[in-house]
Design a protein around this ligand. Structure first.
Ligand SMILES: Cc1cc2nc3c(=O)[nH]c(=O)nc-3n(C[C@H](O)[C@H](O)[C@H](O)COP(=O)(O)O)c2cc1C
Ligand SMILES: [Mn+2]
Length: 470
């Protein structure tokens, strides 16, 4: 049975001992940052800060901070690769949402001049150098394609500026950014409606961070993931639909041409980003449940985004690359921050590895995130960084095995370039497969591995005999 709302998922985590409640008062200007950093570094539980200094609303963080909790959120086995495969299987058949007339997110409706972000959101400074409190680190921004009518959901951050104004980092080619670009062309000078759902059931959250193909919108993929339609309710001030059980919903609008300085912010790469000119979200209404929970996250590396948006990239890349001949697995590891993809494959012809590298560099949905691709042989477990490091160390001749493609596009938060050169990058691909063809060309054989899996299996089968506790 899917979770009806965030609270049902929290109840399960609590029952399993995977949710901590902090009853001591915490200071939102630094303490939530510090506790979250320690929890994510040590694989700790999800956490609710019940008593935030000077505020009534509790803060939920580190919700999907481990693979175990991602699996529970999606109701899947806790196995990294199986989660990717199960996601792909389930989302092959999107399930349209059910539109309902009312829902818990309408228990309180605040409109017009009465709206006040400071009354709902504790002013959490997620990283020491942030330019202000961010409410939307895990807010789900809903927009409608102005031409085709389907709704997109993406996670785009929002810094609080005043009681009814936030920043919004929703650039092109993110789907919300494309909607805004189309809107500007079709309705010059007019603001585009944007709704934000905060604190939703976890499948909707997971689809909001994934780079999916449209139409349909994320809400239909979320229905497929949870195997039941998601219930959506109409906004009060515009024709957008949000999950009926959301903790908090913000309704507002964005003028495409209005930009203001936003940030700095602790980026997913682990660096304190600089302030930049971003869009502005003008709030028109807030609706929320009784006793709402504010769900956010500390984003600087490492963070739970790894289990949300990096997995979200993997779900999209995996089926495409797995269709290429010889490929046996595709993975985007946590330490890559999304800049690196790893492939294991059986090479079938000379130059085959390089073709696979080009296919990933050129992927139309995600290519602009990858600066780096590593390819290893099919006997390497690419979800184990030790095995990948071993292959690179043993097999790579830099002048033979490293390919460089100049003048490509990359995400603007890539810290490997100074600010003036952001968005451009060279890309590198590393062929870390055993160079069997080189040995064969000189009439010899590549050295075989000295491990024998049969011998290990025989020993494991009679392990008790040795009296060694592991
Ligand atoms: C915690 C968190 C914060 C994020 N912040 C942003 C952001 O501020 N701007 C952005 O463009 N993408 C951000 N992302 C990544 C997008 O959510 C992700 O690329 C998603 O696919 C966007 O939705 P779309 O594919 O419908 O464009 C964030 C992801 C996470 C998990
Ligand atoms: Mn999308």
């Amino acid at each position: 049975m899917p979770y009806r709302d965030l609270r049902e998922f929290l109840a399960l985590l609590e029952k399993k001992g995977l949710l901590a409640r902090v009853k001591a008062e915490v200071d939102p200007s630094w303490e939530i940052n510090g506790v979250c950093k320690k929890l994510i570094d040590e694989g700790g539980p999800a956490v609710i800060f019940e008593k935030v200094k000077g505020h009534k609303v509790p803060v939920l963080a580190n919700l999907i901070g481990t693979l175990e909790r991602l699996a529970l959120a999606l109701e899947m086995p806790a196995d990294d690769r199986k989660i990717t495969e199960e996601w792909i299987k389930r989302t092959e058949h999107p399930i349209p949402p059910k539109i309902v007339k009312a829902g818990p997110c309408k228990e309180n409706i605040v409109m017009g001049d009465k709206v006040d972000l400071n009354a709902i959101f504790p002013p959490v400074i997620w990283h020491k150098g942030d330019g202000g409190p961010y409410i939307g680190t895990l807010g789900l921004q809903v927009t409608k394609d102005p031409e085709q009518g389907w709704q997109n959901v993406g996670v785009y951050r929002q810094m609080v500026r005043t009681k009814n104004e936030t920043g919004l980092y929703m650039p092109v080619p993110q789907h919300g950014g494309i909607h805004l670009q189309k809107w500007a062309r079709m309705y010059p000078g007019k603001p585009m409606p944007v709704a934000v759902a905060i604190g939703t059931e976890p499948c909707y959250l997971a689809t909001g961070t994934a780079k999916l193909r449209h139409p349909p919108g994320e809400e239909e993929y979320a229905g497929a993931l949870r195997k039941e339609p998601l219930e959506l309710v109409r906004c009060e001030t515009c024709d957008l639909y949000v999950p009926a059980t959301s903790e908090i919903v913000l309704e507002g609008e964005v003028y495409p041409d209005e930009l203001k300085p936003d940030g700095p912010f602790g980026e997913y790469t682990g660096h304190q980003g600089e302030a930049q000119m971003f869009n502005v979200f003008r709030l028109k209404a807030i609706t929320h449940r009784n006793n709402p929970i504010f769900h956010g996250e500390r984003e600087g590396y490492p963070s739970e985004s790894i289990y949300l948006w990096l997995k979200g990239m993997e779900y999209v890349l995996y089926p495409k690359v797995m269709k290429l001949p010889g490929v046996v697995d595709v993975h985007i590891p946590r330490h890559s921050c999304g800049f690196k993809a790893i492939v294991s494959m059986k090479k079938l012809w000379p130059g085959h590895v390089n073709e696979v590298i080009h296919a990933i560099w050129g992927d139309i949905d995600l290519g602009h995130f990858f600066r780096y691709v590593i390819v290893v042989d099919d006997n390497i477990d690419i979800r184990d960084p030790d095995r990948v490091g071993w292959a690179v160390s043993n097999y790579v001749q830099p002048d033979r095995d490293i390919m460089i493609a100049p003048r490509c596009i990359i995400d603007g938060l890539d810290p490997s370039m100074p600010y003036s050169k952001r968005f451009t990058t060279a890309k590198w691909g590393v062929d870390a497969t055993m160079p069997t063809e080189e040995y064969e060309a000189e009439g010899t054989q590549a050295p075989p591995l000295c491990d024998d899996p049969d011998i290990k299996a025989r020993v494991v089968a009679q392990w008790q005999k040795y009296g060694i506790k592991l």
